[in-house]
Write a protein that binds this ligand. Structure first.
Ligand code: ADE
Length: 221
């Protein structure tokens, strides 16, 4: 997979891509990620990328020209252009699975008071990572990259995906490690008896119970 990130703050991604599973995915060439500073596409003599809103109001709005030029430069027939915005469709694991099969993602990160409305006409999809407002699309774009890249072939063991929370609209089952008794809290005996069938049945039941208790909305799916 190829991911192009359009941002005003490429340095924010330091650390995110140089540690742990993201680093491993890049080293293994499961994904290639490139950052493009929106400012470098500005045709303004002072590399201006934003201006005050028509009709008045506070804050600055990202202008069409640099963003249209950037997307037109990077886009191919195989690209999916995604705008990160609190007005987008709520992100979930189903969208993660779908996007993990794309060949090329272009992630458009805003900042300030948002985008000129006309920019929406050239994106394929608008995504929100939740009902709260962040200072920009950079952290949401990291959320997308992390959730998608971990599903790419060879990045983590395929079996881990099957046990993911939200797989089959269920939360994950509880897990334990040594010691068997910690401060009086015991690991459930069924997990220590070595009977695989019983363990699997127990885990399925726990996934269902936990989902019913914490996220009954998921069971409706
Ligand atoms: N930009 C600012 N807030 C956001 C959110 N919740 N999701 C996606 N992009 C955003």
């Amino acid at each position: 997979m190829k991911i192009d990130v359009l941002t005003l703050f490429p340095d924010m991604y330091q650390g995110f891509l140089t540690e742990s599973i993201m680093k491993r995915a890049i080293d293994k060439k499961a994904v290639t990620i490139e950052f493009h500073n929106i400012r470098s596409y500005s045709k303004d003599p002072h590399h201006k990328v934003d201006d005050s809103p028509y009709g008045g109001g506070h804050g600055m709005v990202l202008m069409c020209q640099p963003i249209f030029d950037a997307i037109e430069d990077l886009r191919t027939k195989e690209s999916k252009v995604i705008m990160l915005t609190p007005d987008g469709v709520p992100y979930n694991q189903e969208i993660v699975y779908d996007l993990s099969h794309e060949k090329h993602l272009i992630l458009l990160c805003g900042h300030y008071e948002g985008f000129d409305e006309r920019i929406r006409s050239i994106v394929d999809m608008e995504i929100s990572i939740g009902d709260y407002v962040l200072t920009g699309g950079e952290v949401p774009s990291m959320v997308l990259m992390d959730s998608i890249i971990r599903l790419l072939p060879g990045v983590i063991e395929e079996e881990s995906h099957i046990n993911d929370s939200f797989h089959e609209h269920l939360l994950d089952y509880p897990t334990y490690t040594k010691p068997q008794n910690f401060r009086g809290m015991e690991v459930p005996a069924v997990l220590c008896n070595g009977n695989h069938q019983e363990i699997m049945a127990y885990r399925e039941e726990m996934r269902y119970n936990r989902t019913k208790e914490r996220r009954p909305d998921l069971l409706e799916k």
